[in-house]
Write a protein that binds this ligand. Structure first.
Ligand SMILES: *[C@@H]1O[C@H](CO)[C@@H](O)[C@H](O)[C@H]1NC(C)=O
Ligand SMILES: *[C@@H]1O[C@H](CO)[C@@H](O)[C@H](O)[C@H]1NC(C)=O
Ligand SMILES: *[C@@H]1O[C@H](CO)[C@@H](O)[C@H](O)[C@H]1NC(C)=O
Ligand SMILES: *[C@@H]1O[C@H](CO)[C@@H](O)[C@H](O)[C@H]1NC(C)=O
Length: 397
């Protein structure tokens, strides 16, 4: 876990304009031709893999919402017997590494080619809206993702040596962000979470692991949350090429993985916790879908959210998936709105990429929905997870 909530989350978005025009996603003909060419070529060479990924079938696609985790980072915390306690991380603790920057850049490029027929080649402000957790590593991940997604066209080059263009990323301060990072304090949620955490921690199946870890780290390790922090620290040290102490072989990553994943899941363990932790972002997602279906905001076809592992897990769980997961750096969930123009019906498709290397995102079969999942059913389900008044239900007073 890495990390954070606002009553300004009901963003008064840009003035809604009713438009009579039928929205047709702008197509990028050049990209389509190139991509098609590549697909044909790769088939000739003996693999048709590419043709399955590119270009993405976009006849029915209307809107894409992507939530991703930031890239590789340096450790946030240390432990008593940590041989690297005083290690000088060049960019400080909890910061995005160069590997992390590259991961999100690559992910942006992957989504660029995947949606070549849907996302216009040129960045245009009205098409896309980006929100990030206020944490530096998430903001920076959003920027490198955008560098991969929207390399400047010739016209957009503003400096001969910098093939990059500035694209705005919006965020709310940690203390008021209940949308992306979900860090705004919520009293009722916190009490429930603490109760659940205590219950899980007293599970005797963890006793032996807690004992061992306490001994190894020379500090009290009696909670899956402690395991969570330790796991993330060891992972970050290992990624940085540091040689982990001998004892880690017995427990890391295998024996620690389940309590680690459980710790991430506890924040949104059941539907009550999901209302608080995921409700606000679901409320935004619901509005984005509705605006498009109602033709109120037809230009905007892409929303991006740059977030943390726990936020991906929360969205995953809120969608009814019970399996515990470990979203790697740059893991992402994409929600697509489609329209069958002839029947004038809408449906939702959802995809998961475990990490930035995945070529073809895995389609998720939504447990609360038939296949295809109609827009109406999707909204109906989301509604059950939306608090009428978040602040009030939180009893923040
Ligand atoms: C464990 O902690 C104690 C007390 O803080 C200290 O005296 C001891 O040297 C530590 N042992 C290791 C292996 O770090
Ligand atoms: C979720 O867990 C909390 C804490 O144990 C509990 O108070 C709440 O009733 C649970 N909600 C559901 C729907 O089970
Ligand atoms: C704890 O340590 C003991 C002794 O080294 C070992 O036999 C046992 O398998 C370990 N258990 C766990 C869950 O790490
Ligand atoms: C990706 O995630 C899915 C769902 O959790 C899992 O079934 C699959 O094994 C994962 N793949 C990898 C390579 O981790």
């Amino acid at each position: 876990m890495e990390y954070e909530n606002d009553d300004t989350w009901k963003r008064s978005s840009s003035p809604k304009q009713k438009t009579g025009c039928h929205p047709v996603p702008r197509q990028s003909t050049t990209a389509a031709v190139i991509v098609l060419g590549l697909a044909v070529l790769s088939c000739l060479l003996g693999y048709c893999v590419l043709s399955e990924t590119l270009p993405y079938e976009s006849k029915t696609l209307r809107l894409v919402i992507i939530v991703f985790r930031h890239g590789a980072r340096t450790p946030i915390s240390s432990y008593k017997s940590d041989p690297f306690k005083n290690y000088q991380w060049p960019d400080g603790l909890g910061s995005l590494t160069n590997v992390g920057k590259l991961q999100l850049y690559e992910l942006g490029k992957k989504y660029r080619s995947y949606y070549a027929n849907f996302i216009p080649e040129e960045y245009y402000e009205k098409d896309v809206f980006v929100r990030s957790s206020d944490r530096s590593r998430c903001m920076m991940s959003a920027y490198t993702f955008l560098a991969g997604l929207y390399p400047p066209s010739e016209r957009q080059m503003w400096h001969p040596e910098i093939p990059w263009q500035p694209i705005p990323v919006h965020s709310l301060p940690t203390q008021i962000d209940n949308i992306v990072a979900a860090t705004k304090p919520c009293k009722v949620w916190k009490a429930m979470y603490n109760e659940l955490l205590a219950e899980q921690n007293s599970n005797t199946k963890f006793t032996e692991l807690f004992d061992n870890l306490s001994k190894y780290t020379n500090q009290s390790m009696r909670s899956v949350l402690d395991v969570d922090f330790l796991y993330s620290t060891l992972l970050a040290q290992q990624d940085a090429g540091l040689k982990l102490p001998e004892w880690t072989r017995n427990v890391f990553p295998n024996k620690m993985r389940y309590p680690f994943m459980l710790s991430l899941a506890l924040l949104s363990y059941n539907q009550t916790l999901q209302r608080f932790h995921t409700g606000p972002i679901l409320s935004e997602i619901r509005q984005h879908l509705k605006d498009n279906v109602d033709n109120l905001n037809v230009d905007r076809s892409l929303y991006l959210y740059s977030a943390h592992d726990v936020n991906l897990v929360s969205l995953w769980r809120a969608m009814g998936f019970k399996e515990l997961v470990e979203p790697e750096y740059g893991a992402s969930i994409a929600i697509e709105l489609h329209q069958e123009v002839e029947q004038d019906t809408y449906f939702i498709r959802m995809f998961y990429r475990n990490n930035t290397k995945v070529e073809v995102p895995m389609e998720l079969k939504l447990p609360f929905c038939d296949d295809p999942c109609t827009y109406t059913r999707f909204q109906e389900y989301i509604n059950t997870l939306l608090p009428d008044d978040w602040e009030k239900e939180c009893q923040n007073t």
